[in-house]
Design a protein. Structure first.
Length: 560
């Protein structure tokens, strides 16, 4: 049996190498020409609990979403066997370690392969975690993948104990038998990146000089990634003592002229909101990355959601201009990471990049050539003529920038209401003038943004039924729309709302079905303000993203 569109689930206890093993499988399949996507599911535990990953691969079509039904399960513990055996398709294969798994109550249509992983590792005097390596060896033999391919991947991924892992993997390979055939396909190889890695590279492309964060899933890996490449790109990567320390220190970087971003999730962003207002009043450019997850409060710390849209749209006291974007895949994360930073600095405003765990920690093929060119956007620097006024009232509301220390300029930043020179005031006329100055930037920002593609459409353009989605639901909606002959409408910029482009994208749509990962249809509430409505809503709010087959079933109910 040959496979060209298939899924593999690998599971075990948290802390026992499931992430690395899933990435090795993905890299192996990617090297063989397949398009690959990884969905990760894990509890908020360092060790123990159940964690698993689903690696989906396709020979001809790019994939950005997982399926619940899989062709193969690789079970390192009993939970994986018990929880996921029902996900196997007919004639599916489950590979398990008989020392850890009691294989009961399997349907007759399932092929169960007991591989003595624990015994093999003991015989090779390896650590228990090397059961993963033995399992990977068995997976390759069962799948008809040559040993040399796995050996090559191991040499690139095991800087320590390479030989021991190779020995154990070879034992797993040798005791197994081929049951199906995954053959190499002729596709241009594309690198594998998580959404957070792509976003990080986009920020660097936009001129990032400093990144600050207090670790909080699902944004933490941005901190880890940027710390790892800081020396290569001349970055300052700092973990202050709290989210309040993060935002205040970042505002100091902006005052000094350093392009800066911060990352957090909903709980941490709560603590940053006074800093958001500071940024708006003091006109200090700052990029906020808000990785959404299930709430309220702590909620499900390691699971996904789209619950912070209205929080971010309205965060902070008072009224000021802000940019809010929601990329839907790795390429969009890269593009809007760069552009959000550039626009924040041009307009001297806070900008917000909304991600979620699905996008942030999902692993995607990344195609740099598919990304539109990122324009050069310059900031308004002081021309050194006359007295410097940090908050000079201009036609656009954008004041000239100078940075301390500057022997020719007094650069006074003020979060209190202030004059053009930055001097505190409570004068009603000046207050009105400066408030209008700050809000005036919104119109010019919206006008400039309209030159970019702010709303994307996919699928059958002439279809009278449109799926409305935002953020990471792009992947599942686009694939289903192409299969079912539907249209997809995906707004990327949510403030200033792209009214003209959104209206044009919906032309011809008589039925709008909103797809969201929240309980209150937050995007639907937003478009209601502008006179649009959704005819149907499919909402998922259990902390898990839509699987392809799951959403197809839900759509069948409203398409009848």
């Amino acid at each position: 049996m040959k496979l060209d569109n298939f899924s593999i689930l690998i599971g075990g206890e948290a802390g026992y190498g499931i992430d690395r093993s899933s990435l090795i499988i993905a890299r192996l399949l990617n090297r063989m020409g397949y398009r690959v996507y990884i969905y990760r599911d894990y509890p908020s535990l360092i060790r123990g609990g159940h964690t698993f990953s689903i690696i989906r691969a396709a020979a001809r079509t790019r994939v950005n979403v997982h399926e619940d039904k899989v062709e193969m399960v690789l079970a390192l513990n009993q939970d994986t066997f018990d929880f996921h055996k029902i996900k196997l398709k007919d004639n599916g294969i489950i590979i398990f370690d008989p020392a850890k798994v009691k294989a009961d109550n399997l349907p007759t249509s399932i092929i169960a392969l007991a591989i003595p992983l624990t015994d093999l590792v003991k015989e090779e005097k390896g650590a228990e975690i090397m059961r993963n390596s033995a399992l990977l060896g068995s997976f390759c033999r069962v799948s008809g993948i040559e040993w040399g391919r796995l050996e090559e991947i191991f040499k690139e991924n095991f800087p320590k104990e390479l030989e021991a892992n190779l020995r154990v993997a070879r034992r797993g390979f040798d005791v197994s038998q081929e049951r199906l055939k995954i053959v190499a396909v002729d596709n241009k190889r594309l690198p594998l990146l998580t959404g957070n890695e792509a976003l990080s590279l986009g920020l660097i492309r936009g001129g990032l000089k400093a990144y600050l964060a207090y670790p909080m899933t699902p944004s933490s890996t941005i901190l880890h990634f940027l710390a790892g490449v800081a020396d290569k790109f001349g970055l300052k990567v700092i973990q202050p003592e709290s989210e309040i320390g993060v935002v205040l220190t970042a505002l100091g970087f902006a005052y000094a002229g350093e392009k800066v971003a911060v990352g957090t999730s909903g709980g941490g962003f709560c603590l940053m909101t006074e800093g958001v207002s500071f940024s708006g009043m003091a006109e200090l450019p700052l990029v906020f990355i808000v990785g959404q997850r299930t709430g309220p409060s702590t909620g499900l710390p390691t699971y996904t959601g789209q619950t912070e849209l209205h929080f971010v749209l309205h965060a902070g006291q008072g009224e000021f201009t802000r940019l809010v974007v929601a990329p839907g895949d790795a390429e969009e994360a890269y593009y809007w990471g760069a552009l959000s930073l550039k626009l924040a600095w041009k307009y001297q405003i806070p900008s917000f990049i909304l991600t979620d765990k699905t996008l942030a920690e999902g692993t995607f093929n990344f195609d740099l050539k598919a990304i539109a060119s990122i324009p050069e956007i310059s900031s308004s620097l002081w021309e050194r003529k006359g007295e410097y006024k940090r908050y000079l009232d201009t036609e656009t509301g954008i004041s000239p920038l100078a940075f301390a220390p500057d022997s020719e300029a007094t650069v006074k930043i003020n979060s209190y209401e202030h004059t053009e020179a930055g001097i505190t005031t409570e004068d009603p006329m000046i207050t009105k003038k400066m408030q209008e100055k700050r809000l005036r930037k919104q119109n010019y920002l919206a006008e400039e943004l309209d030159h970019y593609q702010l709303v994307k459409t996919y699928g059958e353009e002439k279809s009278s039924t449109a799926l409305l989605c935002w953020g990471s639901n792009k992947g599942v909606c686009v694939e289903l729309a192409e299969r079912l002959g539907l249209k997809v409408v995906q707004p990327l910029v949510l403030n200033p709302f792209p009214l003209r482009q959104f209206q044009k994208a919906l032309e011809g749509a008589k039925k709008i079905i909103a797809i969201e990962n929240n309980a209150t249809a937050q995007l639907v509430k937003l478009i209601n303000r502008y006179g649009f409505k959704a005819d149907e809503k499919i909402l998922k709010y259990d902390g898990r993203p839509f699987a392809l087959d799951e959403l197809e079933f839900e759509l069948s109910k409203v398409l009848e």
